[in-house]
Design a protein around this ligand. Sequence first.
Ligand SMILES: [Zn+2]
Length: 194
Amino acid sequence: MAMANQRLTGQDPIPGLVEAVLVALGEDPGRQGLKATPDRMARALRELTDGYGVTPEDVIAGAVFDQDYDEMVVVKDIPFFSLCEHHLLPFFGHFHVGYLPKGKVVGLSKIPRLVEVFAHRLQLQERMTKEFAEALAGALEPKGVGVVVEARHLCMEMRGVQKTGGQLITSCMLGTFRRDPRTRAEFLDLVRRT
Ligand SMILES: [Zn+2]
């Protein structure tokens, strides 16, 4: 991957840019506590955006199985951490994912991994929800997919726009989850159940 190569050749421009930001903030990047900060922040940013260049196929390939199972599969409370593309501040919460198989199922551990691929990019929650749902639909060609994402956004909470810690809830329903109110209701009922 491009980022790994950049790190190996020692040409990552991010540490120098972070140092410039520290100076612009009025800090002394040479003081003990900040000395390693540009490198640390560069590593953290690379890690938190390592979903770029990873395709859903990279994650799911080899874990899709032919299976004659036609009941709804639901995976709840998958934690995620992402960075909003407007402020590069964290937003984080949970994915709830359901699909109705049509001859193919995916290994369960792959769903959280697929969540991470989309969360580890600069994101909008709305887009992330839709991208994830479409990727799962593309990989499994199921009868339908439902995705609900609940998240807190630090760019709202820390900046005082909204101090209440309210959650933003987004959803994307495809196929039977969109067309059939009963399927959608069954999914949402499973998601709500604690
Ligand atoms: Zn933001």
